[in-house]
Ligand binder design. Structure first.
Ligand code: NAD
Length: 509
C-alpha cells in the first residue's frame, strides 16, 4: 500500500486533534483555560464527513462577563505598556504563529473544509498581520498639530478600551488576526468570540499569545453561539467597540444590540461582487482570475467575484472556457495537497448552497457546470464547482450571496450596461474589471459602488491600503492606519500661548 501525502497529513493532524477529542473545548479567560459557567456544550463537526470532532463549551452571558471584566482590568496596564514593548511582543506572537503554522493549517483545514493549499498560506498571512501592526504600534498614537493664532492644537490617539471581536467561519484564523493584531497594537484589550462552526484555531491563537508573554486578560476567547455569547458581548457595558466580520443581517442585529451602550461598530459583511470582462481584455489572465476568484477557498470568501459580467461579443466563448475550467477543478479531501475545492463548512450551509441549484433551474438559468452535490465516499458537504449561465440580474442567483463555489454569468452590451448591472445590488464590497483600455478601466473603477476595485487583477492585498465595503457590505475600513481609527479615540489638546484675551464675566463694579 502506498502512503500518500494525505495519509501523512492525517497522521500528523491526529496528534494535534487528540486534545480536542478528549475534552470539551472551553474558553481562555484572564490568562487561563476556562471550562465555562453554563455547563452546556455543542458538537463541532468536520465538514469532510460531518463526524464529531469534539464538544465545545456554549459560552453565555456569565462567561462573557468574566472575559469582559478581565479585559477591563488588564486595559490600564496594557495601555501603559508602551508602543515599543507592544511591537516586540506582537513580533513574538508572529514568531509563535509561524512556529505552529503547520498545526494551524491542518486543524483549520479539518475544521472548516478549506483546502490545505490555501490554509497554509492563511496561517503565514496571519503572522504577517501581526508583524505589520507590530511595526506600527509605536506610532499608532500619533496625531497632527495645528497652530491657530494664540493657540496650538495638537491631536493624539488613545486606545478606546476593551473591544469585542466577532469572527466568521471562513478562514477564521487569518481573519481573527486581521482584527486582533491592530487592536492589540493600538493598546486595546480584546474579547474574541469565534464562529461556532469553526472554533478550534482561535484557541491556538490564545495559547500562542499567552506563550509569547501577552499579559493575562489582554486577549480573552469565549466560545459559543452567536445569539447567546455573541449577543452578550455586543451588549456588555465594559466593551467599547465591536469589530465584526460576518453576514449583513447579523450586522443589523449587532447594531440594534449595541444601541443601548452606544457601541462603536466596524462591520465587514457580505458581497455579491461583479467581475466585468470586456472583449479587449487579456482573456487568458482574465480567465485565470475569474476562475480563481470564485472557486478558491470553496467560494466561501467575502471578496469572491460571484457575478461574471461578460461583453456580449465574447460571452459564449468565454463562458464556455470558464465552464470547462470549473469541470476540471479537483474537488476532494481538504487535507489532500492536490485538492482545489473542499467541502462546505456545515450541512446547513450545504443545504443553502444546494437550494440555489434548484432556484437557478426554476428561474431559467442554464447550468453550464456543476449544479449538483458530489459527496466523497458518500459523505460530506461537497458540491461541484458550479456555473450558472445566461442569467439575468433579477434572478436570486444573481442577487443573493451564495457563499459557495457558484458563479453566475450575465452578458452585457456596453460599458454603461456593465456599470448599471454591476451596481444593481444591495452589496458593495469589491469590483473587478478586465480591459486593455486604460481610460475605461479608470472610468469603471470610479463608477462602481464598492469599497475595493481591482483593475486587471484579482484580490491582491496591500496591508496599508483600506479594506472594507459600501452599502450592505460594511461600515468602516481596516488596513494600515484605518484600523487604528477604529480602535483608538482621537483627542485634541488646545494650548494657549498666553497672548489672547480671556473673556470674563462678573468683573464689573
Ligand atoms: P454570521 O454573521 O452568521 O456569523 C459571524 C459571527 O457572528 C459568528 O461568530 C456568529 O456566532 C456571530 N453572531 C451571529 N449572530 C450574532 C448576534 N446576534 N450577535 C452577535 N454575534 C452574532 O456569518 P458567517 O456565516 O459565520 O460568515 C459568512 C459571512 O461573513 C458571509 O456573509 C461573508 O461575506 C461574510 N464575510 C465578510 C468579510 C468581509 O471582509 N467583508 C470577510 C469574511 C466573511
Amino acid at each position: 500500500m502506498t502512503v500518500t501525502k494525505l495519509d501523512n497529513n492525517l497522521t500528523e493532524l491526529a496528534q494535534h486533534l487528540a486534545r480536542f477529542r478528549d475534552h470539551p473545548l472551553g474558553h481562555f479567560i484572564d490568562g487561563r483555560a476556562d471550562a465555562g459557567r453554563s455547563g452546556r456544550d455543542f458538537d463541532n463537526l468536520t465538514p469532510i464527513d460531518n463526524s464529531v470532532i469534539g464538544r465545545v463549551a456554549a459560552g453565555d452571558a456569565a462567561d462573557i462577563d468574566a472575559a469582559a471584566q478581565a479585559a477591563a482590568a488588564a486595559f490600564p496596564a496594557w495601555r501603559a505598556f508602551g508602543g515599543d514593548a507592544r511591537r516586540a511582543l506582537l513580533h513574538r506572537i508572529a514568531d509563535g504563529i509561524e512556529a505552529r503554522g503547520r498545526e494551524i493549517a491542518l486543524i483549520e483545514s479539518y475544521d472548516t473544509g478549506q483546502p490545505l493549499r490555501f490554509m497554509s498560506k492563511a496561517a503565514l498571512r496571519a503572522a504577517e498581520n501581526f508583524r505589520f501592526f507590530a511595526d506600527r504600534a509605536p506610532t499608532a498614537c500619533e496625531g497632527r498639530s495645528m497652530p491657530a493664532g494664540d493657540h496650538v492644537n495638537y491631536s493624539l490617539r488613545q486606545p478606546i478600551g476593551p473591544v469585542g471581536v466577532i469572527t466568521p467561519w471562513n478562514t477564521p484564523f487569518m481573519l481573527s488576526t486581521w482584527k486582533i493584531a491592530p487592536a492589540l497594537a493600538a493598546g486595546c484589550t480584546v474579547v474574541h468570540k469565534p464562529a461556532e462552526w469553526s472554533p478550534l484555531s482561535a484557541m491556538l491563537l490564545a495559547e500562542i499569545c499567552h506563550d509569547a508573554g501577552l499579559p493575562p486578560g489582554v486577549l480573552n476567547t469565549v466560545n459559543g453561539i452567536g445569539e447567546q455569547a455573541g449577543r452578550a458581548l455586543t451588549e456588555h457595558p465594559a466593551i467599547k467597540a465591536i469589530a465584526f466580520v460576518g453576514e449583513s443581517s447579523t450586522g443589523s442585529h449587532i447594531m440594534r444590540q449595541g444601541a443601548a451602550t452606544l457601541k462603536r461598530v466596524h462591520f465587514e459583511l457580505g458581497g455579491k461582487n461583479p467581475v466585468i470582462v470586456f472583449a479587449d481584455a487579456d482573456l487568458e489572465r482574465a480567465l485565470d482570475a475569474v476562475t480563481f476568484m470564485i472557486y478558491s477557498l470553496n467560494g466561501e470568501r467575502c471578496t469572491s467575484s460571484s457575478r461574471l459580467l461578460v461583453e456580449q461579443s465574447i460571452y459564449d466563448a468565454f463562458v464556455a472556457r470558464v465552464a470547462e475550467r470549473a469541470g476540471r477543478i479537483r474537488v476532494g479531501h481538504p487535507l489532500d495537497p492536490a485538492t482545489e475545492v473542499g467541502p462546505l463548512i456545515h450541512p446547513r450551509h450545504f443545504d443553502k448552497v444546494c437550494g440555489y441549484f434548484d432556484a437557478a433551474r426554476e428561474e431559467g438559468a442554464r447550468i453550464a457546470a456543476g449544479g449538483v452535490p458530489c459527496a466523497l465516499d458518500g459523505k460530506g458537504n461537497f458540491v461541484a464547482p458550479t456555473l450558472f449561465a445566461d442569467a439575468d440580474n433579477s434572478m436570486r442567483v444573481a442577487r443573493e450571496e451564495i457563499f459557495g463555489p457558484v458563479l453566475t454569468a450575465i452578458p452585457f452590451a456596453d460599458e454603461a450596461e456593465a456599470v448599471a448591472l454591476a451596481n444593481d445590488t444591495e452589496y458593495g464590497l469589491t469590483g473587478y474589471v478586465w480591459t486593455r483600455d486604460g481610460g475605461r478601466g479608470q472610468r469603471i473603477a470610479l463608477a462602481l459602488e464598492a469599497g475595493m476595485i481591482w483593475v486587471n487583477s484579482e484580490n491582491n492585498r496591500h496591508l496599508p491600503a483600506p479594506f472594507g465595503g459600501m452599502k450592505m457590505s460594511g461600515i468602516g475600513r481596516d488596513g494600515g492606519d484605518y484600523s487604528f481609527e477604529f480602535y483608538m479615540e482621537t483627542k485634541n489638546v488646545c494650548v494657549a500661548l498666553d497672548t489672547h484675551g480671556v473673556p470674563s464675566l462678573g468683573k464689573h463694579e
